[in-house]
Design a protein around this ligand. Structure first.
Ligand code: AMP
Ligand code: GLY
Length: 422
């Protein structure tokens, strides 16, 4: 079989490595991929969002199955385009990807179906939003409606911070049209849990839970990033909480989307907060998380391609999805200065025989060498019977890998380890 994976990050590398475990997979193409992915797949220089180009590539190379992982092409309707061209494809159609593409849609949807989430107001006028902020409870959270490269959310601890967020989204148009509407919502507290799930529009199968570390610096300080590391499972997510989430969040979401005529097929990501009032949805993503995928898929025992095809065919109810016991940890090695500004082009040395898997996110190949080419450069993942052992293995591998200006958090998993002791 020939498979095409659209995207270029560590998440895509993890998907590709997992798909290749199936002996029926002969060739994997990655569009555009990166210098590290090129060691596992045939990369070609077609942008993920070039819908016509991506579909034409699939037809020209007789691709049997396509997987679209990043948010932008999904929201643009790339899966619809694959379907129209007769190429079976993993991922939600445009009318379902809106669950991530529009926060206003997601919030109104949750309200309609009684799915627990933060209370909110929607604004399409800056003056009205600023007037509302004169009396709104503080802290508060300001969210641009549309996709904003993960930067559209401001958790404002003061009224002035909230006002600045409104002005920069609506008046300065920092996120372009994505900020034409905004959501201002209640500030929630509690541990965060990421739950990725497979769903074919009817059946929903949650994957092992995980914990992201979004802030740049140790101790959850510094600016928000795309994610500096992950662990799975998330110790805060007990079996009892999982049962509650299935009844109050996962099933109502999948059934609600179907009732709206927007059946969601693909990976639906639930960003949850375990508040004192119970689990609530912070955000939906219409795709695998990055770097959650780098700890979730290594624990998947079942064949990923078989599960994905069951999603596409609507037969997920008959498809076993099994995760192995044990833990996984992923430490992101980034370029110093990420997410603000950083240099690129440093040679990466990865020794042979590491007891860990290196997923490449931001690197290019030049003259047989791998050079840094992004903010997040590598995701170093290890699995073991315990979280402590997985972390030790991951950090040992990180210590053996070198590139100039490498930066990584030293406390990935610490919070999870403390939670386990309680
Ligand atoms: P996002 O950019 O959508 O991943 O959101 C970034 C982070 O903002 C989330 O991971 C949460 O930590 C935080 N956040 C979003 N919404 C809320 C909320 N209603 N209350 C508290 N924190 C929030
Ligand atoms: N790690 C969070 C995300 O993928 O959106």
């Amino acid at each position: 079989m020939k498979i095409l994976v659209v995207g270029s990050g560590g998440r895509e590398h993890a998907v590709i490595k997992k798909l290749k475990e199936n002996p029926a997979v002969e060739t994997v193409y990655a569009l555009p991929g990166n210098g590290g992915i090129a060691r596992d797949a045939v990369c070609a220089d077609v942008a993920a969002t070039d819908v016509d180009g991506v579909v034409a590539f699939a037809k020209a190379h007789a691709v049997d199955y396509a997987v679209v992982t990043p948010d932008d092409p999904l929201v643009l309707g790339e899966v619809d385009a694959f379907e129209a061209a007769g190429v079976p494809c993993f991922g939600p159609r445009k009318n379902a990807a809106v669950i991530e593409g529009s926060k206003v849609f997601a919030k109104d949807f949750m309200k309609k179906y009684g799915i627990p989430t933060a209370a909110y107001e929607v604004f399409d006028d800056a003056d009205a939003a600023l007037r509302y902020l004169d009396t709104a409870p503080i802290p508060t959270v300001v969210k641009a409606d549309g996709l904003a490269l993960g930067k559209g959310v401001t958790v404002a601890m003061t009224r002035d911070e909230a006002r600045d967020a409104v002005r920069s989204a609506m008046l300065d148009k920092k996120f372009g049209e994505s900020g034409a509407k905004i959501v201002i919502e209640e500030y929630l507290t509690g541990p965060e849990v990421s739950v990725l799930s497979f769903t074919d529009g009817e059946t929903v199968v949650p994957m092992v839970s995980s914990m992201d570390h979004k802030r740049a610096f140790d101790g959850d300080e510094g600016p928000n990033t795309g994610g500096m590391g992950t662990v799975a499972p998330n110790p805060y997510y007990t079996d009892e909480i999982a049962r509650t989430c299935m009844q109050t969040i996962f099933l109502p979401t999948v059934r609600g989307m179907a009732a709206e005529g927007r059946p969601f097929k693909g990976c639906l990501y639930f960003g949850l907060m375990l508040t004192p009032q119970g689990p609530k949805v912070i955000e939906y993503n219409c795709r695998f998380g990055d770097p959650e995928t780098q700890v979730v898929l290594p624990l998947l025992e079942s064949d990923l391609l078989t599960v994905m095809q069951a999603v596409t065919n609507g037969t997920l109810a008959d498809c076993p999805v099994v995760f192995r016991d044990g833990s996984a940890a992923c430490v992101i090695m980034a370029s110093k200065g990420y997410p603000v500004s950083y240099e690129k082009g440093f040679a990466i040395t990865i020794p042979e025989g590491l007891d860990a898997t290196v997923y490449v996110a931001g690197a290019k190949e030049q003259g047989g060498e791998l050079l840094t080419n992004g903010g997040r450069v590598l995701g170093v993942t290890a699995t073991a019977d315990t979280l402590r052992a997985a972390l030790d293995k991951a950090y040992a591998a990180v210590g053996a890998i070198h590139f100039d200006n490498a930066y990584y958090r030293r406390d990935i998993g610490e919070r999870a380890l403390r939670a386990k002791e309680v």
